[in-house]
Design a protein around this ligand. Structure first.
Ligand code: HMH
Length: 198
């Protein structure tokens, strides 16, 4: 089954992860700055965890998946620099305590190391496709958050997600539905954290 079929196989979890009240509030400008900042600091931590996971995945990836994974690693390093700039502008401490939802997501990434490579690639595609669709729903974004919405809806990001899709489709996954729903649930919990921080 192509991974692109997964969202329509699990429409309710998919909608919960990609049409979340947090993104509605980013679009409408009703998200409190403190809640956004809490989310931003945790997301920087997630990206750091994702970079480490993806580096481990590259080490065991089949030849056709290597280029997209390596390109994604460079993009994640740049993303961490971008988070540091945003944190400096907003006066945020990126070394703040890791919240339980962020630690739980890191645990999921760690468990993916022990899965077959097709399952791990399906998970990575799900992580990025969820994020792309969620931010796309926040377009154009309230003026104070527009830069973030534009950052996470750039054409280059969509192209990267398409490359991950091809990589995931190139390797069979033991249980694509199970890993898809587990990742989507982690994404919902991550957005919920931002709303709870309000
Ligand atoms: C929670 N999921 C979450 N944060 C991100 N930055 C991405 C996906 C995309 O890398």
């Amino acid at each position: 089954m192509p991974v692109a079929e997964l969202p329509s196989r699990h429409p309710d979890p998919w909608r919960a992860a990609t049409r979340h009240p947090f993104l509605d509030a980013v679009r409408d400008g009703t998200v409190p700055a403190a809640a956004f900042d809490t989310w931003l600091v945790q997301d920087a931590r997630f990206v750091s965890d994702l970079l480490a996971f993806q580096a481990r995945l590259l080490a065991r990836a089949p030849r056709p998946a290597q280029a997209v994974l390596a390109g994604g690693l460079v993009a994640l390093v740049d993303e961490l620099s971008w988070f540091e700039e945003q944190a400096a502008v907003r006066g945020l401490d990126l070394d703040a305590a890791v919240l339980p939802v962020t630690a739980a997501y890191a645990g999921l990434l760690g468990r993916l190391d022990a899965t077959d490579v097709g399952t791990a690639l399906t998970a990575l595609w799900t992580i990025e496709r969820t994020y792309l669709d969620a931010w796309s729903a926040a377009r154009p974004g309230a003026p104070e958050y527009r830069g973030f919405v534009e950052h996470w809806t750039q054409p280059g990001f969509a192209g990267y997600v398409a490359g991950l899709e091809a990589a995931a489709d190139g390797v069979p996954a033991a249980d694509a539905d199970a890993v898809f729903t587990e990742v989507v649930a982690a994404e919902v919990a991550f957005w919920d954290m931002a709303v709870e921080a309000a």
